[in-house]
Design a protein around this ligand. Structure first.
Ligand SMILES: Nc1ncnc2c1ncn2[C@@H]1O[C@H](COP(=O)(O)OP(=O)(O)O)[C@@H](O)[C@H]1O
Ligand SMILES: O=P(O)(O)OC[C@H]1O[C@](O)(COP(=O)(O)O)[C@@H](O)[C@@H]1O
Ligand SMILES: [Mg+2]
Length: 316
């Protein structure tokens, strides 16, 4: 069988480890493996090439994605998706592994609906994929953020400041929530736990009067201007405040051990599922067991984080 693999959406540490596992498991089961350049863009432009076991050598620890990735808005249109299927079929390719996030899964479902065998592997730092406890890349990005919080705490307490740290995550608060727990943040502001400005200012005013030397606020991106919030905190609470936007540094770097293991397990499992004839499903891990879930049940669903937000209140 000829099987292709692509990475799509934002790159995530561990995508390369997943490609490696897909390619090597495929080859060891007698299949011919292909890589697609720059996600769905490469499917449309027919940038598809063979991958050998040696081609993925050294990829376990490499950040980014060796296949390249892209955002391809026009892939939402059915005639465009049909071009992708034609290009795959013209090469005799019978199945596709899509490594990406929630958006990429919509593309994968579309290909499945066009009767092309497609399977998804969750690769995104956002951890916003419902069909898995963790996505590939999340733990590496989380460690980068926690490291940054630890460093910002050093300078904040030296200057008696309140530090606001804006992290990625789009509509998912997981990076902020987990990093806030790891970094002992005083406040965690996410799409699931929006800002209560009056309470925030009143608490910081109290902390300032008590003579506390630092405060940490972790915020998910795209909610409000963190620099404006820092200025407002400085004026209204008396606690001098600065904001740091961590940005793309969160997406880079060598994957941590947890992401390497997750990527390797999911990559190998994806090929086994393809060999079993599975399509329109995505790979996940739940309670440390590999699972598959239909893509249409995963898309646009959110994970319940009530227990973790309760934990934040207990240990604050
Ligand atoms: N509704 C959709 N139908 C088909 N393809 C989609 C759809 N939504 C997103 N995609 C494709 O998936 C790509 C990646 O999605 P995006 O949301 O940017 O990243 P991620 O997959 O990491 O969440 C998009 O650029 C587009 O090509
Ligand atoms: O690289 P871009 O297009 O600026 O995208 C930034 C977005 O990509 C991410 O880093 C990853 O998101 P996706 O996995 O959905 O692509 C988000 O956290 C962030 O909002
Ligand atoms: Mg996404």
């Amino acid at each position: 069988m000829k099987i292709a693999v692509l990475t799509s959406g934002g790159d995530a540490p561990g995508m390369n480890a997943a490609i490696r596992a897909v390619v090597r498991t495929g080859i060891s089961n007698g299949h011919e493996m292909f890589g697609v350049q720059d996600g769905y863009r490469g499917l449309l432009e027919d940038k598809i090439f063979p991958l050998t076991s040696k081609d993925v050598s050294g990829m376990l620890s490499a950040g980014g994605t060796m296949l390249g990735t892209a955002r391809v808005p026009e892939f939402k249109e059915v005639p465009v998706q049909m071009v992708a299927v034609d290009n795959l079929k013209n090469r005799g390719i019978e199945a596709l592994v899509v490594i990406g996030g929630d958006g990429s899964y919509k593309g994968a479902l579309a290909l499945h609906n066009l009767e092309f065998q497609t399977i998804g592997i969750p690769g995104t730092i956002d951890n916003d994929v419902y069909g898995t406890d963790f996505t590939i890349g999340f733990h590496t990005a989380l460690n980068t953020i926690v490291d940054a919080i630890d460093k910002l705490r050093d300078t904040s307490s030296s200057h008696r400041r309140c530090s606001i740290i804006e992290v990625m995550g789009r509509t998912s608060g997981d990076l902020a929530l987990y990093a806030g727990i790891c970094g002992g943040a005083e406040f965690i502001i996410t799409p699931e736990n929006p800002i209560n400005k009056e309470k925030l200012i009143a608490t910081l005013k109290k902390h300032n009067e008590e003579g506390r030397r630092h405060a940490i606020i972790v915020v998910t991106e795209q909610q409000f201007d963190v620099h404006k919030l820092a200025a407002e905190i400085t004026i209204k609470s008396g606690f001098s405040s600065r904001a740091t936007v961590l940005g793309y540094i969160q997406r880079g770097g060598s994957p941590v051990a947890e992401d390497r293991v997750l990527a390797s397990r999911m990559g190998a499992f994806a090929i086994e599922q393809i060999m079993a004839g599975v399509s329109g499903q995505c790979i996940g891990v739940r309670n440390d067991k590999l699972i598959t879930t239909p893509l249409d049940q995963v898309i646009d669903h959110k994970k319940d984080r009530a227990e973790l937000y309760e934990l934040v209140n207990k240990i604050r």
